[in-house]
Design a protein around this ligand. Sequence first.
Ligand SMILES: [Zn+2]
Length: 215
Amino acid sequence: MKKNLVFLGAPGAGKGTIAALLIKDSPLVHISTGDIFRSEIKNKTELGTKAKSFIDSGALVPDELVVDMVVSRLQCEDCNSGYILDGFPRTVPQAELLDKALMKMNKPLDAVIFFNAKDEVLLERLTARITCKECGVNFNKLFSPPKKDGVCDMCNGVLYQRSDDSLETAKNRLVVYKEQTEPVIGYYKGPMLKEIDAEPATDINYNALKKAIEL
Ligand SMILES: [Zn+2]
């Protein structure tokens, strides 16, 4: 099977859900930059301390530093059996830096999976979460709707949409994705890039993915 993987696709495409299924069926390690940031900062490593100083001042963490943190994670022994980079690289400069580092480590990528879905499908998924005003429990209009419209199953509280789940926020996330990350797909264009239709149900996507990576 192909073992050093990148998962690309817009927010809402389901990369994380598929990655969670794949790590149960394979020895691959699921790597998200968010997790790496949190652990480097928590452990007060040199890289983590640097990253924190950018975050605290409200600045973006520079590409070099992001890639250094990912590469330091890829050097851990568990990654020898393969890895999934979930939503990384996020920009073309990150992709270039990653390529250079992987070449040095002699651990090149085996496949880049692009999860493709139309904007309307992505927006529907990104705005599907509704939250109870009383007890804070989450429902999903698509996958786990409440029994009664607008009413919490647990406490009969009123359900509402948090501002980070609003249509406006979702649209903004897609704009940022198109500007910064979509060009990364062009960067990887070639035999290594495998496109998967991310619109059907999760089990269908997952089977398509298993085929693409020869699992
Ligand atoms: Zn409730």
